[in-house]
Design a protein around this ligand. Structure first.
Ligand SMILES: NC(=O)c1ccc[n+]([C@@H]2O[C@H](COP(=O)([O-])OP(=O)(O)OC[C@H]3O[C@@H](n4cnc5c(N)ncnc54)[C@H](OP(=O)(O)O)[C@@H]3O)[C@@H](O)[C@H]2O)c1
Length: 334
């Protein structure tokens, strides 16, 4: 039986996610409903993608008996409010990254997921790319010896594109928006372990959020990680895992890669050509996380081992440490 998706929000990433789902067999994935704040937007989205039901209220997704799982593609300031309401309505959720805008909200999302006994996963799609699986395999094989240092960065000059990135009122800031990718990468390599210490700094923009950051994370056993993220500079967008015997490199785009470079040779897994037009880079790779969600639901899991709740919390704690040390405090933090 197909996994039946209900889409919450008719924005850009929802559009890419549905386009990716459409590239998978209908016997495995079906989009059965979409909800937006405005019924007209929902109807337009439904028409574009041939979706049966369109709603003007997100909670109608929770009430729809044909929906197995809600995909939340709203802006992150809204994730906790929407996610907890939908889970309390009895539905599983896949919620876009970052799961929430602070640690307090992340804990609440996890609490509600456990209380309601529904599946919840933060949509850290990178984790399910074949390159990330290969990276894990090569680290475990001992190819580069003991991992000592992880370096990851993500920076794009996007200042003129999306105003919500740049304002405290909209839960903006570079750490939540794109810093989450190098942070989750470091956490992935460190096996989800919490850092002993996060030492960070960043520059504030006029909107009351950090627009570039640098952070050093100290881990047990002498391990260390360096993270940079920027809205102002086109950084290399690469990640390196440096071990006692060699280095693994995930080249640009490190958050949705097709290649892994290592001492034993380059691993390449090109993304399938789905024939769909996507808004964001390599969005056809959203199929990997969709398939992971289907696997988890079929097996009755309430969280994915690839992005468990505990790691969403660890990532949220690192993000909060970096943004607050960079001077960004949200009204929701109090
Ligand atoms: N996985 C990825 O590759 C990826 C890529 C980009 C973004 N993201 C994440 O996905 C989320 C959405 O990003 P996006 O680029 O798709 O955003 P977007 O298109 O700007 O907005 C998404 C939706 O959020 C709702 N929204 C927008 N402004 C709002 C406001 N002021 N108050 C309440 N709701 C508002 C709208 O829902 P309605 O349609 O219901 O009005 C809108 O369609 C973010 O958390 C982002 O970090 C993930």
């Amino acid at each position: 039986m197909a996994t039946r998706w209900g889409i919450i929000s008719a924005g850009k990433i929802s559009s890419d996610f549905v386009a990716a789902l459409k590239a998978l067999p209908t016997s495995e994935h079906r989009v059965v409903a979409v909800a937006a704040r405005s019924i007209d937007d929902a109807k337009k989205f439904a028409q574009t993608f041939g979706i049966e039901k369109a709603y003007g209220d997100y909670m109608d997704i929770a009430k729809d008996p044909n929906v197995d799982i809600a995909y939340i593609g709203a802006v992150h300031k809204q994730h906790c409010k929407i996610g907890t309401a939908i889970m309390k309505g009895g539905k599983n959720i896949l919620c876009e990254k970052p799961l929430c805008i602070n640690v307090k909200q992340t804990k609440e999302m996890i609490r509600v997921a456990k209380e309601q006994k529904v599946f919840m996963m933060e949509a850290v799609w990178s984790r399910f790319f074949p390159v990330y699986k290969e990276l894990e395999k090569r680290i475990k094989s001992g190819e580069i010896g003991e991992v000592m240092h992880v370096m990851a960065n993500f920076g794009k000059d996007v200042r003129n594109l999306l105003p919500r990135f740049l304002s405290n009122q909209t839960g903006g800031g570079v750490t939540l928006e794109i810093g989450v990718y190098p942070i989750q990468f470091v956490s992935y390599v460190m096996g989800g372990e919490k850092p002993l210490k996060v030492i960070a700094g960043g520059h504030q923009n006029t909107g009351g959020v950090e627009d570039c950051i640098g952070a050093t994370l100290l881990y047990p056993n002498g391990k260390i990680a360096s993270i940079t993220a920027s809205f102002k500079s086109d950084l290399p967008c690469e990640a390196h895992v440096v071990g006692s015997k060699g280095t693994l490199k995930v080249p640009n785009p490190m958050w949705c890669p097709e290649k892994l470079e290592s001492p034993s040779g380059t691993f390449t897994q090109l993304l399938p050509n789905t024939g769909h037009k996507f808004i964001y880079e390599n969005s056809q790779g959203l199929i990997y996380e969709a398939n992971e969600v289907r696997r988890c639901l079929k097996e009755g899991l309430l969280e994915s081992p690839g992005m468990p709740h505990s790691e969403s919390l660890t990532v949220a704690e690192i993000i909060e440490a970096i943004r607050t040390q960079s001077g960004t405090v949200f009204p929701e933090d109090k």
